[in-house]
Every structure is written in structure tokens, then in C-alpha cells.
Design a binder for this molecule. Structure first.
Ligand code: IMP
Length: 423
């Protein structure tokens, strides 16, 4: 059986959680490959909204095994809370969730370092979710990190202390006012570590290799979006992992030639949280209308998301970097009720027209060139087949497909599992 891959093509929040949940019945294993609790994957069904942070979105299906891969960074405190929240719904996490020993742990001092680093940046801040993601990946690549497997070692506490002490001296180096009670944070951390020990730790690359040999179907689940990739995103306003397709190989130990379908998820418009360039951003009432109708508020931080028109230059770039084979368009319903819609088809860049994403997409370098589309007024949320969608929406969808040269296989018309049109 092949391994398929699902990832976001914009700046995150495309709706990956919903689609993984919709597709899960086709897969035996759902494996998360990067990021950490900076993610907030929202799933809605039976009138209940769930937000997953570290746990893969297949957790609601009895038949699927959910793997947290080596490329993920885990905050035991957040994971514990997530597990407790799911326990209320009688989900037997222990039988459905397994964790790579090679995944790195987010320490309380990683979160403090994140806050200290952001504060020290002033106006140039990244807009981080402050979950300790950057400092944890820094320790990983700096070869100082603590991994899940270390919990099983006798000297775990000594390793912890040595790293936390180092972090404390780094925090003082930043010279910013930070209020915290480390003792309290550590008490919470070690309690969560004890609970974590009740879960199953595995050598996930070996587990997934064996699963492939046994003919199991595997779906790799990405977090954040391609434009937040540490290498290919809008650096430095990015997250600290490879959110693009290659991240699934390094974050799970899956060989590139085993990957078959690459599902690329995008919104019918664009959103971004945090700082950084966003060429098609709207600063007028149209953007506000998108944010309001689309309920564009961060599921982790509650921050209002910046909104703008669909950017085909950026979308094509993401499709190319990831080798996307099928597209899924989310939140089509949010665009109902606009008289005119726009899609950015190229940029004016330093006096010439370009159709690729340049090194620097700051507003002073890039002006989007738009094509206008007629809007539609119908409410899509009860529509269940492609045929009944308004002609204007079909024209919008088919234009994107033609430009990007990849078929749009799913059109989502609402947050619920059921509001998903397959083509
Ligand atoms: P960090 O990964 O929390 O340090 O945040 C770095 C940047 O990525 C910030 O602009 C965040 O807003 C953004 N970011 C991180 N995780 C997500 C996500 O799951 N959705 C959308 N944006 C995210």
C-alpha cells in the first residue's frame, strides 16, 4: 500500500484537520510529521467542535492508529490536557495513539525562551504562538534537546536540569522583564511526564516501515502551511520545521519513493496570523467581511487572522514545492454574498510582471495583479453535489484548476464533516 500525504498550501489554518477526519476511514494509520502545539486542527461533527494540537486528526476513528512522529515537538502539559479533553468523549487514547521516542520535548523553559526572544525583537517580532516551538527545534538542531525516549532513562531528571539551567541563563541574556514561577511550571511538567509514560512509545520509523510491508494504508498529516516552512516560507516569518512534503520523509522516516498522493489543502481565499508579508491582504471592509463570515480567529491564540484574496502565484509555488497531485478547496461557502471576487494571477515586481514567488515579497517590492470574477449569492452550506453549486463558483474553481494544472477533488462548504463535496 502507498503512503499519502496531506498538507496546507498557504499560511496554515486551511482546514487540514477536517479533511484528515473525512479521509481517515480509508487509512489504517494517520501520522503527524512536524510542528507541535502551535497547531490547532479543528474538527466538527455531531454539533461538537474539537481542536487538536498535537494528536493526529484520525483519533476519532476507532479503526485508526495515530502516530506522533519524530519530527514533532511535544509539550507534555498540552498533550495531557488534550488527552483529558478527549477522555470526556470516551475515546480510548491509549489504544489509538503511539509516540516516536525520537520526538523532542518542549520544556517549560522553551516556552519562556520563546517569550523572551519575541519580546526582545520588538516591532520585528515573528508573531509566534509562544508555545516554545522555535527554541525546541533550536535545541534539536543544536544537539542539546531532550527526546521522548529519554524519559525512559534513569538520568532523565539530571538531563532536564542541565538544559533548564542553561535556558535560565539564556533568558537572563535577553534582558527582558518576564514574570514566571519555574517551580510551578516544573511541577506541572513532571506530572504530565508521569502521565505520558502511560502511553506507548515506539521507534516510529521501524513501525511505519513494517506497516508498509504489511500493506497498511498510511496518511501523513502536516501542520501549519507551506508558506510557513523554515526553508521555503516567508522567512524569517515562518515556523521552525519543514511543513512541506519533504518534512514527511524526515519527520517520519518514510522514503520519498513511497509517497503516492499529495493532497494539498487551500482556502478559497487566504489568511495569515502573526507577522510577515502577505501580498493580497485586504485592509478594507471586504477583508473584515471575510474574517467575520469565515470566523477567522486563531484556534490556538484567538487572534484575528489577516484575510485577503486568493494568491495563485503563491499557490502554484506551494503546489510545485510539494508535488501536489490533488487539491482540496476549503471554505468556499465564506465567499457567498460578494458581488465581485478577485484572484491574484501575477505580481508586478520591480517594474516587471512575474508569475513566480520572488525572494522578497514585502509590499514595497510586490504589487498583486488581479483577475475579477462574478460572485454568487446562494448559501452553499446545504449543497451536497458539485452539479448544484452556482455557475459562478464553478467558474472560480475551474479557473484555479486550469491555472495550477492540478484537479480540485474536494470542495468544502462548511465546517461539518458532512459539508464536503467530493468530485
Ligand atoms: P511559532 O511556530 O509558534 O513560533 O509561530 C511562527 C509563525 O507561524 C507565526 O506567524 C504563527 O502565527 C505561525 N503559526 C504557527 N503555527 C500555526 C498554525 O497552526 N496556523 C497558522 N499559523 C501558525
Amino acid at each position: 500500500m502507498a503512503v499519502d500525504l496531506l498538507l496546507g498550501l498557504q499560511w496554515g489554518d486551511e482546514g487540514k484537520g477536517k479533511i484528515v477526519d473525512v479521509l481517515t476511514s480509508k487509512y489504517d494509520i494517520i501520522a503527524r510529521f512536524q510542528g507541535g502545539p502551535n497547531a490547532g486542527h479543528t474538527l466538527e461533527f455531531d454539533g461538537i467542535k474539537h481542536v487538536l494540537r498535537t494528536i493526529p486528526s484520525g483519533i476519532f476513528h476507532e479503526s485508526s492508529t495515530n502516530v506522533i512522529g519524530n519530527g514533532v515537538v511535544i509539550d507534555p502539559v498540552v498533550l495531557q490536557k488534550e488527552i483529558n479533553d478527549l477522555a470526556k468523549f470516551k475515546i480510548d487514547i491509549k489504544s489509538r495513539l503511539i509516540i516516536s521516542r525520537k520526538a523532542h520535548l518542549i520544556l517549560p523553559t522553551h516556552r519562556l525562551l520563546d517569550a523572551a526572544s519575541e519580546t526582545s525583537k520588538g516591532k520585528a517580532k515573528i508573531g509566534s504562538t509562544l508555545k516554545g516551538i522555535g527554541p525546541t527545534y533550536m535545541d534539536k538542531t543544536g544537539r542539546n534537546g531532550i527526546r521522548v525516549g529519554d524519559i525512559e532513562l534513569e538520568d532523565f531528571k539530571e538531563r532536564y536540569r542541565a538544559l533548564a539551567d542553561k535556558h535560565e541563563s539564556m533568558i537572563s541574556f535577553y534582558n527582558v522583564a518576564l514574570q514566571y514561577n519555574l517551580e510551578e511550571l516544573e511541577e506541572e511538567f513532571f506530572a504530565a511526564i508521569e502521565s505520558l509514560k502511560e502511553l506507548t512509545f515506539i521507534d516510529s520509523e521501524e513501525y511505519l516501515h513494517q506497516a508498509q510491508k504489511d500493506g497498511k494504508a498510511i496518511l501523513c498529516e502536516g501542520a501549519q502551511g507551506s508558506l510557513l516552512d523554515i526553508d521555503f516560507g516567508t522567512y524569517p516569518f515562518v515556523t521552525s520545521s519543514n511543513t512541506t512534503a519533504a518534512g514527511a520523509c524526515t519527520g517520519l522516516g518514510i522514503a520519498p519513493n513511497k509517497i503516492k498522493e499529495v493532497y494539498g489543502i487551500f482556502k478559497a481565499y487566504v489568511t495569515r496570523v502573526g507577522s510577515g508579508p502577505f501580498p493580497t491582504e485586504l485592509f478594507d471592509e471586504v477583508g473584515t467581511k471575510m474574517a467575520t463570515i469565515g470566523n477567522e480567529f486563531g484556534s490556538v491564540t484567538g487572534r484575528q487572522r489577516r484575510c485577503g484574496w486568493l494568491d495563485l502565484v503563491a499557490l502554484k509555488y506551494a503546489v510545485q514545492v510539494n508535488g501536489v497531485t490533488q487539491l482540496m478547496m476549503m471554505k468556499g461557502d465564506v465567499l457567498s454574498g460578494f458581488d465581485t471576487l478577485k484572484i491574484c494571477t501575477s505580481y508586478n515586481y520591480k517594474g516587471s510582471t512575474i508569475e513566480h514567488l520572488p525572494y522578497n515579497i514585502e509590499p514595497e517590492n510586490v504589487t498583486p495583479v488581479y483577475q475579477e470574477f462574478k460572485g454568487w449569492q446562494a448559501d452553499l452550506t446545504g449543497m451536497t453535489t458539485y452539479e448544484v453549486l452556482p455557475a459562478e463558483l464553478k467558474a472560480y474553481i475551474e479557473f484555479i484548476e486550469k491555472e495550477v494544472e492540478v484537479p480540485i477533488k474536494i470542495v468544502s462548504v462548511g465546517p461539518d464533516r458532512k459539508q464536503t463535496i467530493m468530485r
